[in-house]
Design a protein around this ligand. Structure first.
Ligand code: COA
Length: 279
């Protein structure tokens, strides 16, 4: 994905001028798209990832495009490492205006085909990792005016994704509870449910071939995959003053997929079961 020139953006170029965003999982995919977009609208970003080189490369790309960015390393499952990475980010770029919990882990597997450690791993990255992010960043989140944004998923039951659905339901509950607790601090807390987004590791795992891609396309009323910029635009809106009365919202940005519940994915599941049987 290319970093948009602010002139081509719906949002004014200085929308996030002077602000600092922590973005976990920002080294690639949807979260990198958000980091690039925030930077293109004046925000300094700290990209946090497990792999330092990947986080630093992503940050370097933003710097080369004229933005302010820092890459730091931590595994969101490790709270002490998160605290250390947050301390480094704050020392170099100041307190946070925006905390975006985007780090996630995913693979397709049925409930009885995943090991206890596999299930636990996804819950630890997606749910506990979101909590660790918020908890580590909280002492450095500006009040009033701070924003927390999480990347959720589905919002409905989806076969082969019980570990993710369960973890993200927890993320949604955390988002809304925090929105209530932190409302009087002037901190807004929201989440985005992305639909199938092209060019991401998640989609590469879930739709590895053309046939599966076409099946996914048919699960979306708008009839197409989204692009990272679709999610970045929603994120820009939610952290901007245009959304100053919006908190506790779990916003699907998915071409309408969420309206259909989990039915389209169930149809795909039935088709794959039938194919497995006949194959
Ligand atoms: N099906 C079933 N189980 C799987 C699996 C798969 N496709 N991939 C991993 N697992 C299980 C492993 O077998 C292991 O369990 P075990 O110890 O009982 O064998 C457990 O998950 C942990 O795997 P491991 O590779 O050791 O964990 P990790 O911390 O290195 O990686 C993952 C975490 C598994 C979530 C990995 O997919 C990942 O790093 N994902 C990040 C990127 C990503 O998913 N992006 C998309 C976001 S939507």
């Amino acid at each position: 994905m290319t970093q948009p020139h602010p002139a081509s953006s719906t949002f004014r170029p200085d929308l996030l001028a002077g602000k600092h965003a922590l973005i976990t999982g920002g080294g690639s995919g949807i979260n990198l798209g958000i980091a690039q977009s925030f930077a293109a609208h004046g925000c300094a970003v700290t990209i946090l990832g497990r792999n330092l080189e990947k986080a630093q490369n992503a940050a370097q790309g933003i710097v080369e495009a004229g933005g302010r960015a820092l890459g730091v390393s931590a595994d969101v499952r490790d709270f002490a490492a998160m605290q250390a990475a947050v301390a480094q980010a704050v020392a170099e770029q100041g307190d946070f205006d925006i905390v975006l919990a985007g780090a996630a882990g995913n693979f397709p597997a049925p409930v009885d085909g995943i090991s206890p450690n596999g299930f636990k791993t996804v819950v630890e990255i997606d749910l506990i990792g979101t909590y660790h992010t918020v908890k580590a960043a909280a002492p450095h989140l500006k009040t009033p005016g701070g924003n927390v944004l999480s990347i959720s998923a589905y919002g409905v039951p989806v076969p082969m994704q019980a570990h993710v659905v369960a973890a993200k339901a927890g993320v949604d509950a955390l988002t809304q509870t925090l929105a209530i607790e932190w409302g009087l601090r002037g901190v807004r807390v929201n989440a985005i449910i992305p639909g199938p987004i092209d060019g991401t590791e998640g989609m590469a795992r879930l739709a590895p071939d053309e046939k599966t891609r076409q099946q996914f396309t048919r699960t979306v009323p708008l009839g197409r995959f989204g692009v990272p910029q679709d999610i970045a635009n929603a994120a820009l809106f939610l952290v901007s003053d245009a959304a100053s009365y919006v908190t506790g919202v779990i916003l699907p940005v998915d071409g309408g997929q969420n309206m259909l519940g989990g039915a389209p994915q169930y149809q795909m599941y039935l088709a794959s079961q039938a194919a497995n049987k006949s194959g």
